[in-house]
Design a protein around this ligand. Structure first.
Ligand code: SF4
Length: 429
């Protein structure tokens, strides 16, 4: 869809900024996305493009409407969502910097050295940004501090309004601009971020000017091959070299969330010919293992996550002790394309038994078999299952921890398992 991105930005600005105050949905202290230091972060909403993989839960989507911002859980510290002036925002950031552990998961000694506004396009409402920069520069001067504002941007408005950069250059001492470059060519840009190709060059032009003006900057790219082919990343490299960018390119991380999956669905409807590098699973059957305690609960939570993404639950089977009967089954629609997910503790099996299990159940036709291991972490025999096959099909092995995207040190919550259900609804090509 082609639309006037400038008008859209103005429309969003009129919604997210009132009487000079900007809407913020939440605040937290977080590890910097691209460095080991900490940042005091305010979450806002409103973006002028529509990256289909955007994981923001509070982002404005395309039409300038302010969405439900209750979605983000507010951290401790007594801060509430609402409209704040640039001066009030600075006071909040300084409060967070003074006691980071009240606002995020920090350890003694961790220091906040930067401030940022996330989950939106920061340059929508530049007057707010300029006022904030004025306050920050004055504070640093008076207090002898060196806090920096890290301006996260897609670079489009900065390229379209080069005068913004001239003004931002006055705050060189306390400003870093982080450009998120979305694509390497016009066609990829237009479809990936759902906007007009005329804005493709803007971020590169902004970056060039930023370098000329000596404003600290760096570039991030979501170069994950699930989103962008290696050849396109090369195109970005070439264009960055042309504008004189010689620093490292930071890699943005792809984080799938349910809001992002909803966006992908809309994007697929809008661009049916677009070649996505992933697919949604059409039909899922969850089978829980009667011999392994707790797999029924895991399967039910997974199913709840699946329902939220696909709009319908998967099928669910409970089996008798010897796999010789289906004690309970819910859902229907089993086909030869069904993805069968066996929820079990793989450490209680040897790989050759898996084919027997499926034979006992009577499943002969399926699209794929996924073995979902819920067993104790540290089971190092998992990879041996990947080399086995049932009916000539290689088995796919996932661990619950991997699917929940929680690290080794964290415990898995019921919400994590629901999220794992989201994650099992799609696969990368
Ligand atoms: S530029 Fe950022 S906030 Fe805007 S849609 Fe893309 S990922 Fe989301």
């Amino acid at each position: 869809m082609e639309y006037d991105l400038i008008k859209l930005s103005q429309k969003i600005e009129s919604k997210v900024i009132r009487d000079g105050k900007r809407l913020f949905a939440g605040f937290s202290v977080e590890k910097n996305v691209d460095s080991p230091t900490f940042s005091a972060v305010a979450y806002s909403c409103g973006c002028n493009i529509g990256c289909y993989y955007c994981s923001s839960t509070v982002r404005d989507y395309i039409d300038g409407k302010v969405p439900d911002i209750n979605l983000r859980t507010l951290k401790t510290g007594g801060l509430r969502k609402g409209f704040y002036s640039s001066e009030e925002l600075l006071t909040i950031f300084l409060t967070m910097a003074a006691s980071p552990s009240n606002f995020g998961e920090t350890r003694p000694g961790d220091k906040v050295d930067t401030f940022a506004i996330l989950d939106c396009e920061t340059t929508i409402g530049m007057d707010f940004v300029f006022r904030f920069m004025d306050s920050l520069a004055s504070y640093n001067k008076e207090a002898g501090t060196r806090y920096k504002f890290e301006l996260f941007t897609n670079g489009i408005l900065l390229g379209h309004h080069p005068e913004y950069l001239d003004k931002l250059a006055n705050y060189r001492d306390c400003l870093t601009i982080r450009f998120s470059i979305k694509a390497g060519n016009e066609a990829a840009f237009t479809h990936r971020v759902d906007t007009s190709p005329e804005y493709f060059q803007c971020p590169f032009e902004a970056l060039k000017k930023c370098i000329e003006l000596g404003i600290d900057n760096y570039v991030c790219v979501l170069s994950d091959e699930k989103i962008m082919a290696a050849e396109e990343f090369e195109e970005i490299n070439r264009r960055l070299a042309e504008v004189g960018y010689t620093r490292e390119i930071y890699e943005e991380k792809l984080i799938m969330s349910v809001s992002c999956i909803n966006r992908i669905r809309k994007h697929q409807e809008k661009y049916p010919d677009y070649e996505f590098r992933f697919r949604f699973r059409e039909s899922i059957l969850l089978i829980y293992d009667p011999n392994v305690e707790g797999t029924d609960l895991v399967a039910r939570k997974l199913n709840s996550g699946i329902r939220r993404v696909l709009g319908k639950a998967g099928m669910l089977w409970a089996l008798g002790d010897n796999f010789n009967e289906i004690l309970y089954s819910s859902g229907n629609g089993y086909t030869g394309n069904t993805s069968v997910v066996f929820v079990t503790d793989l450490s209680t099996y040897v790989p050759s038994e898996i084919a027997d299990v499926f034979r006992e159940i009577g499943i002969e036709e399926y699209g794929e078999i996924i073995l979902l291991d819920v067993g104790n972490r540290g089971f190092d025999g998992l990879s041996t299952f990947k080399h086995h096959s049932v009916n000539g099909e290689k088995l796919k092995v996932r661990t619950l921890r991997e699917l929940c995207r929680v690290d080794e040190a964290s415990s898995i919550s019921p919400e994590d398992i629901v999220r794992a259900g989201h994650n099992i609804t799609y696969f990368w090509l």
